[in-house]
Design a binder for this molecule. Structure first.
Ligand code: FES
Ligand code: FES
Length: 169
């Protein structure tokens, strides 16, 4: 069957087998290997990407189900000007990764959380990533990284608002 979807802002069309999972479509057909494949049973969350903004475990989504939708992978997480997304910065600043296997899924989930809740509590961050496993057990620094990103973005918003006031005066 033929599928067309937007992946990281670019439209792609491919002929695929109907049983193909989205994670394999992204990795094997598009070469986007930043999305990791861990358990294939919806347990580990390393395969999380965003579909129309919502975080989904791409090992439980058929590529055919993404037909006509917008998919964002970790490769599309950086800002349009090429600078790191604050979530990526946060993981770097707070040592939010060890082996890095869980990191793409953690970051995509974190980005989705901050887009719907820009000021999450630590408990809300823990709840958001509760469907994901870090084999290195680095949860404390992962949570700290997400909180760092939230604080960084709040500071950016304050600064942008102050600039706007200055312009209006
Ligand atoms: Fe998808 Fe583990 S590979 S949840
Ligand atoms: Fe190794 Fe999370 S950093 S699995």
């Amino acid at each position: 069957m033929r599928v067309t979807m937007t992946v990281n802002g670019e439209e792609v069309t491919k002929e695929i087998e109907g049983r193909l999972l989205l994670v394999h479509f992204l990795r094997d057909h598009l070469g986007l290997t930043g999305t990791h494949w861990g358990c294939d049973t919806s347990n580990c969350g390393t395969c999380v990407v965003r579909m129309d903004g919502e975080p989904v475990k791409s090992c439980t989504v058929l590529a055919a189900m993404a037909d006509g939708h917008e998919v964002t992978t970790v490769e599309g997480l950086a800002r349009p000007d090429g600078s790191l997304d604050p979530v990526q910065q946060g993981f770097m600043e707070c040592h939010g990764l060890q082996c890095g296997f869980c990191t793409p899924g953690m970051m995509m989930t974190a980005r989705a959380l901050l887009d719907r809740n820009p000021d999450p509590s630590e408990e809300e961050v823990r709840e958001a990533i509760s469907g994901q496993i870090c084999r290195c057990t680095g949860y404390t620094t992962i949570v700290r990284s997400v909180c760092w990103a939230a604080e960084h973005e709040a500071a950016e918003r304050t600064s942008a608002a102050a600039d706007q006031v200055k312009e209006e005066v």
